[in-house]
Design a protein around this ligand. Sequence first.
Ligand code: APR
Length: 186
Amino acid sequence: METIRSYLGGRVEVAVGDITLFEGDAIVDAANSALAGGGGVDGAIHRAAGPALMAECRALRAGPLPEGLPAGRAVATGAGRLPVKGVIHAVGPIWRGGTADEPAILASAYADSLSIAASRGWDRVAFPAISTGVYGYPKALAAKVAYEAVSSFLASRDRPRVVSLVFFSRADAETFIRAVGEPGRA
Ligand code: APR
């Protein structure tokens, strides 16, 4: 994984690569409400973690989350074989044209994930670009929401120490950087 940009004195990093290779405290999964696994980054995370991760997701559905996890919320599990302590399963909004509260739901998915990380004492956390694949959220619009949600969370807290925003392609990372512009230098 290669870091190509940082913001907020190094507390937010933009990286390019496969999030399953992230070596820190936790990675965030772009999950679905059923916690049922799927394609995209969710499929990659479950494949790399091994069956223990799905077993934990099933146990959450059988126990505290019988209705699943609503969009905008997150829940943590262990990480199976991944080289991190935990996986935070976050559900982003499905893009419906921008009039179904998508920005607030996306911001909430980031903020809830960060609250969980903070409460567990996880200092280095990586996010994929939630909702920007199968769920169809336009990447530049999602970038602004993600940056705003992460930076406003970090502004009032010491934890997590560093948040990595991991893009699967350099083009996606560059779209993010362009969309965010030069925060603080406007
Ligand atoms: N590492 C980092 N980013 C990745 C990886 C990876 N290994 N694989 C895919 N991505 C990127 C995609 O390029 C996309 O920009 O993750 C972003 C999110 O895309 P999706 O994984 O499709 O997630 P999302 O749009 O939130 O849709 C969630 O898709 O797979 C299902 O179960 C999942 O139903 C849920 C839905």
